[in-house]
Design a protein around this ligand. Sequence first.
Ligand code: PMV
Length: 319
Amino acid sequence: MPAVSAYAPGKIILFGEHAVVYNRPAIAVPVFQVKARAEVTPSLKAVPGGIRIIAPQIDIDNDLTSLGDDHPLSITIEALRAHWGGVRLPAINLRITSTIPIAAGLGSSAAVTVAVIRAVSRFVKRELSEDEISQLAFKVEQHQHGNPSGIDNTVVTYQKPVVFQRGQPLKILTVPEPFTLIIGDTGVQSATSEAVAGVRTRWQEEPSRYEGLFDRIGEIGNHAREILLNGPVTELGPLMTKNHQLLKEIGVSSPELDRLVNAALSTGALGAKLSGGGCGGNMIALATADQAAAIEAALKHAGAVRTWMTTISETMRER
Ligand code: PMV
């Protein structure tokens, strides 16, 4: 059997992180500048079902069984086998590489899972629908993150801008007016599960205050969706900055994130906010084409260890 490979992009959350866990709407877009890739080749030596994992960036070159049942890759393979009624997979080598920073709010874990699911299912010629892939990846996310909303696996699987709300049908958006975002990485790793758990503790202590903050974030998300559909996209900027203030209030910003947000704003960004779990990780800034390079430089000057420029550009319509 020939080698088969698949990839999945990173993602950013434009609006609504954390509040989305509490059933408010959120908007996320794929980021194709960073990717996870999985490649499956047949293994001639191993016994059927034997899976060798090669992931040089995290120093793994070993049998899947050596990683233990709780490892996300073991959970991914087990979820696939269960989905196919417990089939035994052929002996394979599974090589995983990724340019998505880990624990940085760019959807690294969901992207690795989705790339692996796609590559293995193609290799065994049991292609899955987008919905099946997203659901399987969600199961793996649940194991890793406790109580994920499902937004990461969704945007990374569909590779389109999405409006996501728990319990509501997924809305895929196509963008009528392109816009440019600069992503700035604080370089501070932060586990999403811990940020989400911290918010939960504070929400339990002060439920009505937190429900009020989530409501305001949800309203911003609804307003942003209208702007994404009808323009002008420049109006997204102030909404991003407001969303950042609310994320600060729920306790998930950090000095490094605030410094990058302020640097972007004082260099003329139309708006800026943290993106993803927060407490570290990445922020995003909305830039006009002629400011983008200056904003990137300002972010680096303010301590960003990496930056990416990404343009969201399709015709945005719900379907
Ligand atoms: O840190 P990330 O990229 O995994 O983003 C998580 C987004 C949250 O809303 C904080 C959690 C979730 O499950 O939706």
